[in-house]
Design a protein around this ligand. Structure first.
Ligand code: 5AD
Ligand code: SF4
Length: 424
């Protein structure tokens, strides 16, 4: 999401004459787009800001600004705490950046942190900042009002709002015409996308029907809203990728209730079954939090149990990090010791590692259509790409070129990668 937002910011600023630099040393402004979801994300930003201070000592014109969720959360406090920061700008205020930067050039400090109920940046064509020319993000909705009790996002990104579907389809079409072959539709909770008559399943169909050679992915789905209609639309369109990110957060009903997730383990497993019924080859990935308030050993064991049942292809695994202003911070004690959180997290990581490797072993001998993305990071002699399930395949170059589809047979694997041979 931040990556997509940075591309909108890039577009707004290049539109008024600013130029993107290759190196920090050449810059007059450094804008850091930030995440506030866990404390360690914020600590990394603070570390980076302090590193830039040394550079500012050598280069007096260099100004540092903070964008995104951390700017929204801390507002002017951030400029008081990090005195080399000249401006902060929240996620709904990027259209004000040209003004902000002008004020800063005049020697002032400035903050724009107002949230909006309507801003979607629908009319702004993002500059593709670090793009490979093959795969791009398209933001389709912003904000979240689910208020999971641990989560700061509803406070930093504001109310849910959906972007006009025609502008989304037009953006996807332009990308396809420029040679892109994959778009990922992004939102905090894409299943609650709605603009007039168009809900998320309809939107997916509209984008997928632009061209069968354009792959369509999406993230993220809240399990409570994953509808059978969406699964049907996916099953009917081969170019909608067979991969669903379905954050579970915990395998314990008691914890899910405390987290205000609005579903039970039974409901979640029913959704997993519905996915497998509609698309037996669909991969499923998740997010999970270890050591939330009041989590017992039994709750933790139930999370491990759920992981064994679902057998995720990939998981993003986190320790609970208390966030100021959330319901949990105000009402639930953060009562699991850090070492205990770490132990539980490590158990989940170890189990998921075994499952991912076992899942990948099952892939040996299968063939997949792979969208070739570029040279393998490990070896110039090999290429890498992804299959519809979003798994990375590495294979000998042969005559394959990035941006095209090729058939690859899987010969071997690690927990993270499939190793294969071009067969078509
Ligand atoms: N602590 C730890 N993890 C969190 N997430 C959200 N808030 C927190 C928090 N306070 C995780 C959730 C979410 C992912 C994006 O980040 O798993 O799905
Ligand atoms: Fe945070 Fe829950 Fe919204 Fe996801 S759905 S962004 S975890 S409040």
């Amino acid at each position: 999401m931040n990556f997509a937002d940075s591309e909108v910011v890039g577009s707004i600023l290049t539109g008024v004459g600013y130029v993107l630099c290759e190196a920090v040393e050449e810059a007059d402004f450094v804008l850091i787009n930030t995440c506030a979801i866990r404390d360690n994300a914020e600590q990394r930003v603070r570390h980076r800001v302090r590193e830039l201070r040394a550079m500012q000592n050598r280069h007096a014109n260099l100004r540092v600004g903070i964008l995104g969720c951390m700017a929204e959360r801390l507002q002017s406090r951030l400029m008081a705490e990090e005195d080399n920061v000249s401006f902060v700008c929240g996620p709904d205020a990027y259209r004000r950046l040209p003004d902000l930067l002008r004020q800063v050039r005049e020697g002032q400090k400035a903050a724009e942190v107002e949230l909006s109920t309507t801003e979607t940046y629908a009319d702004i064509e993002p500059v593709r900042l670090a793009s490979n020319g093959i795969s791009a993000y398209i933001s389709i909705m912003r904000g979240c009002q689910n208020y999971c009790t641990y989560c700061v996002v509803p406070y930093t990104r504001g109310r849910e709002r959906s972007r006009d579907p025609q502008t989304i389809v037009a953006e996807a079409r332009t990308l396809f015409e420029r040679g892109y072959r994959e778009v990922t539709l992004l939102g905090q909770n894409v299943n609650s996308y709605r603009c007039g008559e168009v809900g998320f399943p309809e939107l997916m169909a509209m984008v997928a029907e632009l061209d069968p050679r354009l792959r369509v992915r999406f993230a993220t789905s809240h399990p409570k809203d994953l509808s059978d209609e969406l699964l049907q639309v996916m099953a009917q369109h081969e170019n909608i990728c067979r991969c669903i990110h379905l954050p579970v957060q915990s395998g314990s009903n008691r914890m899910l209730k405390a987290m205000n997730r609005k579903y039970t383990v039974e409901w979640y497993l029913d959704r997993v079954e519905a996915i497998r019924r509609a698309m037996p080859d669909c991969s499923i990935t998740t997010d999970v939090i270890a050591g939330f308030c009041g989590e017992t050993e039994e709750d933790h064991r139930q999370t491990l149990e759920l992981f064994r049942k679902v057998r995720y292809d990939y998981a993003y695994m986190f320790k609970y990090s208390e966030r100021e202003g959330t319901y949990a911070q105000r009402h639930l004690p953060d009562d699991i010791a850090d070492e205990e959180k770490t132990r539980r997290l490590n158990e989940i990581i170890a189990l998921q590692g075994e499952i991912a490797l076992e899942n990948n072993r099952q892939e040996v001998g299968r063939e997949y259509e792979v969208l070739v993305e570029g040279e393998s990071h490990r070896s110039k002699e090999r290429l890498f790409g992804r299959n519809s399930q979003n798994k990375v395949l590495v294979f000998d170059k042969g005559d394959a070129v990035p941006g095209t589809y090729r058939r690859v047979r899987v010969d071997d694997c690690t927990a993270a990668t499939l190793l294969g041979t071009l067969v078509g």
